[in-house]
Design a protein around this ligand. Structure first.
Ligand code: G3I
Ligand code: 9MR
Ligand code: ZN
Length: 539
């Protein structure tokens, strides 16, 4: 019996000049690269020595075939079987990169997804009733629009903040790759589709700012999650805006300040509106220096996104506001936070946004404090070096330690790749290029589960996401282009607890719709993947 994960590869393939790696759950030996059409052996090479991979719980050896550059369709063949077919081609990531962006369109809330743009995944407009402010039910507002967060239909500001940051940074660093159209209903020759799609979320976020105080509601959801097979338009329970929080207000301020820069060239009025909203939010933060972290009210069971540490979000907001305005007041605030060691300055998770503040300051065009610049560059480089070092020892050549396979581990895999890309950008070198490519190979199939974690892309791709429309729409195929959360050793749902006991961390994964702790999808798991893929489609 052939083990399908015997030779794990990037199921889409490899660009001619990138590092090319396959990971084999087998003996050190010679392996052949065989052309699919002709059965011709193109190349033969010896794998590395066997090594036990603690994260995956298997013994592997690696096959580095980087110097094969000839375009074509191939498989790798060994004594005990072969890999899935894959390509070597310059264009190998172009479709998936667009699909990962298109996924945001499929997550849109409050508008009809037409079959012209959504194909079989079309559905009626959803969540259009007035929103009640939780605890003040007589206070209502229009909260339509934006993206559903994930497999659920909630809309959460801090989650949005991370997604916006990744998307706008991808656009800033790799503008050329966004010249291709998705296409979207708004596509035109004035503004690129990425900016059209991001604006959908920004427009919703603007509605979440309390006009009276400038504070931003933490989230907008029903009180409880609807059933797993419920389509969005059938989810008609009352909608609530949950209390204002400092993390949401700061993430909002930072996102809006980024938007002010990004849209200035296309729509001056909109850019001004974003900046005004960002400055109002900042004012709220100044008036509320010390607030408790958000907790779900007792009658609410939807995602909490709780986080009692708000200094990282404030640091990020100050950096973005300084970058957008050049105003000394924001510079001073940024420097105040930069001198604190109470939060991490290179992490990129929804709860730990320090890395975005750091990157913003390092990209900032206004006058900067040189000592802080070099300190932050140093922190970025040493984190990137450490990730590269872990990758050099890992069985699948990625930067994850066994204990790091937690809920949404694929976000961490992509965040690490993004951080190394930031470091390369700032330092002006390409030292991590091969390591970063390995992270893409992992996401697209070079992993112990032999699965491509992006729906619709790869020979054996994730097909049963915990994603309500994909479960409820009666279409066999899931919505394409969505990144699964991935292995989670903490087995935090019933399905995982029942079926994944005693597995190694990276093997704690089930392509099953019930496993929300390993196989849900979210905007901020797609967004770092889009950033990383955009690097590989931009040159
Ligand atoms: O990082 C710690 C680790 O150090 C610790 O050892 C371990 C022990 O349990 O926990 C780890 O933290 C986990 C954290 O995610 C990591 O980011 C928590 O256990 C885990 O509960 C938490 O999960 C979050 C999950 O919501 C449950 O609250 C995910 O980050 C977050 O992405 C997810 O978000 C949900 C929304 O609530 C609702 N919408 C869907 C979305 C995706 O599943
Ligand atoms: O579907 C929910 C998913 O979006 C969340 O990430 C997850 C964790 O908060 O919860 C899921 O909902 C489950 C609930 O927590 C427990 N009962 C089963 C629900 C899934 O159908
Ligand atoms: Zn909706």
């Amino acid at each position: 019996m052939m083990n399908e994960n015997y030779i794990a590869i990037n199921q889409l393939g490899y660009r001619p000049n990138d590092a090319k790696l396959a990971v084999i759950q087998g003996k050190q030996s010679k392996y052949r690269l065989v052309a699919i059409d002709s059965d011709e052996v193109i190349w033969e090479g010896e794998s590395s020595a066997e090594q036990y991979d603690e994260a995956s719980g298997v013994t592997v050896c690696k096959l580095d075939f980087s110097h094969v550059t000839r375009e074509g369709r191939y498989r790798i063949v060994g004594e005990e079987g072969s890999s899935w077919p894959f390509s070597i081609s310059s264009h190998v990531y172009e479709d998936v990169q667009v699909a990962v962006l298109k996924a945001f369109y499929y997550l849109r809330c409050g508008e009809e997804l037409t079959s012209e743009y959504a194909g079989p995944w079309a559905h009626a407009a959803c969540h259009h009733s007035l929103v009640h402010v939780h605890g003040q039910p007589e206070l209502t507002f229009d909260g339509t629009g934006g993206w559903h967060d994930a497999g659920d239909y909630g809309k959460y500001i801090v989650a949005a903040g991370k997604a916006i940051a990744d998307l706008l940074l991808a656009y800033e660093l790799y503008p050329q790759t966004f010249k291709r159209k998705v296409p979207l209903p708004e596509s035109n020759d004035v503004m690129d589709d990425l900016l059209h799609e991001v604006k959908v979320e920004l427009d919703w976020m603007l509605k979440m700012q309390d006009a009276a105080t400038g504070g931003v509601y933490h989230k907008l959801t029903t009180l409880q999650f609807p059933p797993l097979d419920m389509m969005p338009e059938d989810d008609t329970a009352d909608l609530y805006a949950m209390p204002i929080s400092a993390t949401a207000t700061a993430s909002f301020a930072a996102s809006m300040a980024m938007a002010a820069r990004a849209y200035a060239a296309y729509d001056e009025h909109y850019a001004e509106r974003c900046l005004l909203a960002a400055e109002r939010a900042w004012q709220w933060l100044e008036e509320h220096p010390d607030v408790e972290g958000f907790r779900n009210p007792s009658d609410v069971g939807t995602g909490e996104y709780g986080d009692s540490q708000d200094e990282d979000e404030r640091y990020w907001a100050a950096a973005e506001l300084y970058r957008a305005t050049g105003n000394d007041k924001y510079h001073a605030a940024f420097l105040r936070y930069a001198k604190r060691s109470s939060f991490n300055k290179t992490s990129l998770g929804w709860a730990d946004m320090g890395g975005y503040g750091t990157m913003s300051y390092l990209l900032c065009e206004h006058k900067r404090e040189e000592a802080i610049v070099s300190e932050l560059k140093q922190a970025l480089s040493s984190h990137a070096d450490q990730l590269a070092d872990v990758s050099s020892k890992d069985g699948y050549s990625i930067s994850m330690l066994p204990e790091q396979y937690r809920w949404g581990s694929n976000m961490d895999v992509m965040n690490h790749a993004m951080l190394m890309l930031f470091a390369q950008h700032v330092e002006g070198h390409q030292r991590y290029e091969g390591v970063i490519a390995a992270h893409v190979h992992y996401l697209l199939g070079m992993n112990v589960n032999g699965i491509s974690y992006i729906s619709g892309y790869g020979h054996s791709a994730m097909t049963h996401p915990h994603h309500r429309p994909s479960v409820g729409d009666g279409v066999d195929a899931p919505v394409p282009g969505m990144v699964s959360g991935g292995p989670n050793k903490n087995l935090q749902d019933e399905y995982a607890a029942k079926h994944l006991q005693n597995r190694a961390p990276a093997a704690c994964y089930a392509d099953h719709e019930d496993s929300y702790a390993t196989n849900e999808v979210t905007i901020y798991w797609n967004s770092p993947a889009l950033f990383v893929l955009s690097h590989f489609t931009s040159l």
